[in-house]
Write a protein that binds this ligand. Structure first.
Ligand SMILES: NC(=O)c1ccc[n+]([C@@H]2O[C@H](COP(=O)([O-])OP(=O)(O)OC[C@H]3O[C@@H](n4cnc5c(N)ncnc54)[C@H](OP(=O)(O)O)[C@@H]3O)[C@@H](O)[C@H]2O)c1
Length: 344
């Protein structure tokens, strides 16, 4: 089978996936029996292009890098939703902006695709954090696959690790460092750099947005905590249910005081069960230096699943980056391909 992909949102992650697909096309066909064509790319500013025979991805990447838009090919007037409705598309790659209030435009894209029986892979946290239970029901009814590995820890295995590799073991609690920007800032502050200067440095290096609220006030980590709670621990919580405190009040003095007690301050996400209900929290914690999470520095992320059969299982890896998040999309598509091959 040859999959026809439509990439909706051609920013850092959409382009990261495109780069991987260009570089690994032959290997993916040979080793994974994964054959694909990208038949459409839709992006608000860069433009929309369609070719049922498969687009020249390498050329698009060059154009976008040079000119900031897709050029040299007749653009289509189709909207992103019309692209999804196109009968030739069977995998929708949803990589538009995250919106944690409405989930849009991703929520509409994903609902539309699943309701048409099309498979979806996404890195967009908004729709999954706000509507996972609803989306997974639509996927089930229409026999479609919904992959969202990249919504937590980017391409570092987190969601599929829990659902596939740890199947049969019960996850009792989850703890993790889920946001790269705040971990970078706290690590810089360990060297005596003030919060303001560490944030500035993170912005210069492209780790933090001009408006850093989503990261430093822990909205991003709260969304990921919600996804883990609902997907891995069968919860039914909302992003606003997560007890949330960011790092904006942390001072170098707090960090020094913690260090004197052989502790490190980290922004820790936690999911646990209390009185039969799943709960989530993100807040700065002073961790003992022997805690594995105390030693996760810079832009690295980590996640510990505490299970009944294996005790603690911890993954450590990069939680952001175009190639890393692009890999998450690829890993979801390969999981889909495996599933379809087995059912055939
Ligand atoms: N970057 C990472 O490391 C990372 C890691 C994990 C998850 N994610 C998530 O993955 C998603 C993509 O991230 P990103 O870093 O690639 O963001 P980005 O660079 O801002 O790219 C998002 C793209 O979506 C386009 N877009 C927005 N609305 C659209 C619509 N209605 N139709 C078509 N295109 C639309 C934007 O268009 P224009 O800019 O051209 O207007 C932009 O090119 C986000 O939800 C993000 O939270 C990112």
């Amino acid at each position: 089978m040859v999959y026809n992909l439509a990439i909706i949102g051609f920013g850092t992650v959409g382009q990261g996936l495109a780069r991987i697909l260009v570089n690994k096309k032959d290997l993916l066909e040979r080793n994974n029996n994964f054959k694909f064509k990208v038949v459409a790319i839709s992006d608000i500013i860069k433009g929309t292009v369609i070719d049922q025979n498969g687009l020249n991805l390498a050329k698009f990447l060059q154009d976008v890098q040079k000119e900031g838009k897709i050029s040299g090919i007749k653009k289509s007037d189709f909207s992103s939703v019309e692209i999804i409705e196109n009968s030739a598309v069977n995998i929708v790659v949803e990589t538009t902006w995250t919106n944690l209030e409405t989930g849009e435009p991703g929520l509409t894209h994903i609902k539309k695709a699943l309701a048409l029986g099309k498979h979806v892979v996404t890195t967009n946290k908004g729709p999954i954090a706000l509507a996972y239970n609803e989306l997974s029901k639509i996927a089930k009814v229409h026999n479609a696959f919904l992959g969202f590995e990249g919504t937590v820890l980017s391409g570092t295995p987190a969601i599929n690790l829990a659902l596939r590799n740890l199947a049969g073991a019960s996850v009792k609690t989850i703890r993790g460092i889920l946001n790269s920007t705040t971990n970078y800032i706290l690590t810089q502050m360990e060297t005596g750099t003030t919060y303001r200067n560490a944030l500035k440095r993170a912005q210069t290096l492209g780790y933090a947005e001009a408006d850093p609220k989503m990261d430093v006030e822990a909205y991003d980590a709260a969304a990921k905590t919600t996804i883990l709670a609902n997907v891995v621990m069968n919860g039914n919580i909302k992003v606003t249910d997560v007890i949330r405190k960011g790092i904006t009040d942390i001072t170098v003095h707090d960090i020094r005081t913690a260090n004197l007690k052989r502790k490190k301050i980290k922004l820790i996400a936690k999911v646990w069960r209390e009185n039969g209900r799943i709960q989530g929290q993100v807040s700065p914690k002073a961790l003992s230096s022997t805690d594995i999470l105390a030693n996760i520095n810079g832009t690295l992320n980590a996640l510990t699943y505490s299970t009944d059969l294996l005790n603690d299982v911890t993954v450590i890896g990069r939680g952001a980056g175009g190639i890393e998040a692009g890999y998450a999309l690829l890993s979801d598509m390969l999981a889909l391909n495996q599933k379809l091959i087995k059912n055939f």
